[in-house]
Ligand binder design. Structure first.
Ligand SMILES: *[C@@H]1O[C@H](CO)[C@@H](O)[C@H](O)[C@H]1NC(C)=O
Ligand SMILES: *[C@@H]1O[C@H](CO)[C@@H](O)[C@H](O)[C@H]1NC(C)=O
Ligand SMILES: *[C@@H]1O[C@H](CO)[C@@H](O)[C@H](O)[C@H]1NC(C)=O
Ligand SMILES: *[C@@H]1O[C@H](CO)[C@@H](O)[C@H](O)[C@H]1NC(C)=O
Length: 485
């Protein structure tokens, strides 16, 4: 056998050759070790830089996942829910989903963290100036007086909410009521601008969203209608800021939600339109704070919901646009406009807007004109804006916003400009822009820290504007932030 032959040859080797082989073995083992080490080093380098390296597509996808304005603008949303029987909101994004993106929720939520918009990298105006974090949770204007105009996160709501209301009380505190987060909410909370915190106050007797809230001349807050989990509501409640409690205060003749309310010059509250199940309303009712009762007044010429209502300087109430349910139970947007005269208690149809719009905003300017912004015409959100002149009772276009917006906010600032923020169409926007009535132009300003739509904005007694809650994609928000200039 071959093995036996080798074995016998080895055995017959003499001592000299054994020593020689022994040295050879040491050399061979040494060289092999060096080879092994070199191969190991090469393998580890390969592993690190080739096999475990992130793929280019992965890097791209990570950044693409961040909400960017360009993505938002270039991917228009599906149309609003024209066939929905419950127009909770005109977007489909009313239910929070577990797959909600967390890209924005990582922002610090504590009061006074000055994390400037984390997702504004694509916003044209995002010259982010890093601000020093003030040492104490005091929102006194002095701490931010010498800073650039911008946004400041403030305390979180105790309950995330959209389609809620926010009212500035005589004390300067802000009362937030109801809204929607999976179901309508009955909770209410108060914002204290001296501490930047939210505290829970007495809950309403009914859960409500798409309701109205009006600060009466006696300081109480009237909440009317809206809807709870089961039905549209005809009930109304009064919040007394002194006792911080709610009481029921009569009932409207009609159940209604997505209606509008305006305080008249005599202190009464005019409530108009709205929607019930498969029925839009043209009815209007007056609440008298002195008797705490409701009476029916003249009906509008057109049924409408998600419209606007503004009390003009001449005391008349301007009602614009809104949605209507068509004969085939689809929604259409309206361009029609009506004026209510409290003296004769009658409605008159006046010149229509240039564009039909619903879920838009109306702002009474310091010059007495009314600025109407955005909204949607069922198929698209709108960027157009128009001005109503009460002296001529006519409408003229006044520039266009840089973004189409619906269920956004519009706030008259103390300098006379109008701050417009967010939208809930498709993907909520974090962008903000300012309208200057003197030049009739729109300019981008720094974006909000959080994209939001169906949120609220309240001009505080110190001039800052408090933005609360709303919805970002499917995520209902508990964040709030202040605009200061
Ligand atoms: C990146 O995104 C594209 C499009 O959404 C997807 O088809 C692809 O699988 C993603 N790639 C990775 C690595 O996640
Ligand atoms: C109250 O509403 C009903 C419809 O729900 C209507 O028929 C009735 O005329 C209204 N009452 C008044 C005084 O307008
Ligand atoms: C809705 O608005 C969009 C954008 O302004 C416009 O292109 C479209 O024609 C409008 N549709 C209707 C039905 O008015
Ligand atoms: C706000 O909501 C987020 C989830 O979106 C939650 O993680 C956080 O704890 C909430 N903050 C407060 C103060 O409730």
């Amino acid at each position: 056998m071959h093995n036996n032959q080798v074995h016998s040859e080895d055995v017959t080797e003499n001592n000299e050759s054994r020593k020689w082989w022994h040295r050879r073995w040491i050399v061979i083992v040494g060289i092999s070790l060096i080879f092994l080490i070199i191969i190991a080093v090469i393998l580890s380098l390969l592993l690190k830089f080739v096999i475990l390296a992130p793929k280019e597509s992965e890097i791209f996808n990570t950044t693409a996942a961040l909400p960017s304005l360009t993505t938002i603008v270039s991917t228009p949303s599906p149309p609003a829910t024209p066939t929905s029987t419950l127009p909770l909101s005109t977007s489909t994004s009313t239910l929070p989903s577990s797959s909600s993106t967390t890209t924005q929720t990582t922002a610090t939520l504590s009061p006074l963290t000055t994390t400037q918009a984390t997702s504004t990298s694509t916003a044209p105006s995002s010259t982010t100036t890093t601000q020093a974090t003030p040492p104490l949770p005091s929102l006194a204007t002095s701490t931010i007086a010498n800073q650039q105009p911008g946004w400041l996160n403030t305390g979180c709501l105790n309950y995330a909410r959209q389609q809620h209301t926010a009212s500035v009380l005589a004390s300067g505190k802000v009362l937030v009521t109801g809204g929607f987060n999976g179901s309508p909410l009955e909770s209410a909370e108060l914002y204290d601008l001296t501490t930047g915190t939210w505290t829970i106050t007495d809950s309403m007797n009914h859960a409500r969203c798409d309701h109205t809230a009006s600060v009466l001349t006696n300081g109480k807050v009237l909440v009317s209608g809206g809807q709870d989990s089961n039905a549209r509501l005809d009930s109304a409640e009064l919040y007394n800021p002194l006792t911080e409690t709610w009481i029921n205060t009569g009932s409207m003749n009609n159940t209604r939600s997505a209606h509008a309310a305006s305080i008249l010059t005599d202190g009464k509250v005019l409530v108009t339109g709205g929607v019930r199940i498969r029925e839009d309303l043209n009815g209007a009712e007056l609440y008298d704070p002195s008797s705490e009762t409701w009476t029916v007044t003249d009906s509008m010429k057109n049924a409408r919901f998600f419209h606007t209502s503004s009390t003009l300087r001449n005391g008349k109430v301007l009602v614009t646009g809104g949605s209507k349910i068509n004969i085939d139970v689809r929604f259409i947007a309206l361009n029609s406009v009506e004026l209510y005269d409290p003296l004769t208690q009658t409605w008159a149809t006046i010149a229509s807007m240039n564009h039909a719009r619903s879920s838009h905003m109306a702002s009474l300017l310091t010059n007495g004109k009314v600025l109407v912004t955005g909204g949607h015409n069922i198929s698209d959100a709108l960027n157009s804006a128009e001005l109503y002149d009460p002296s001529t009772e006519t409408w003229t276009p006044t520039g266009s916003m840089n973004h189409p917006r619906q269920l956004h906010t519009a706030s008259l600032l103390t300098n006379g400009k109008v701050l417009v923020t967010g939208s809930n169409r498709g993907d909520s926007l974090n962008s903000a822009e300012l309208y200057d009535p003197l030049t009739e132009t729109w300019t981008f300003i720094d974006s909000m820290n959080h994209a939001r739509g169906a949120h609220t904005a309240s001009v505080l007694t110190n001039g800052n504007v408090l933005h609360t809650g709303g919805v970002q994609r499917n995520l209902v928000l508990n964040t709030t932030e202040l605009y200061f200039d």
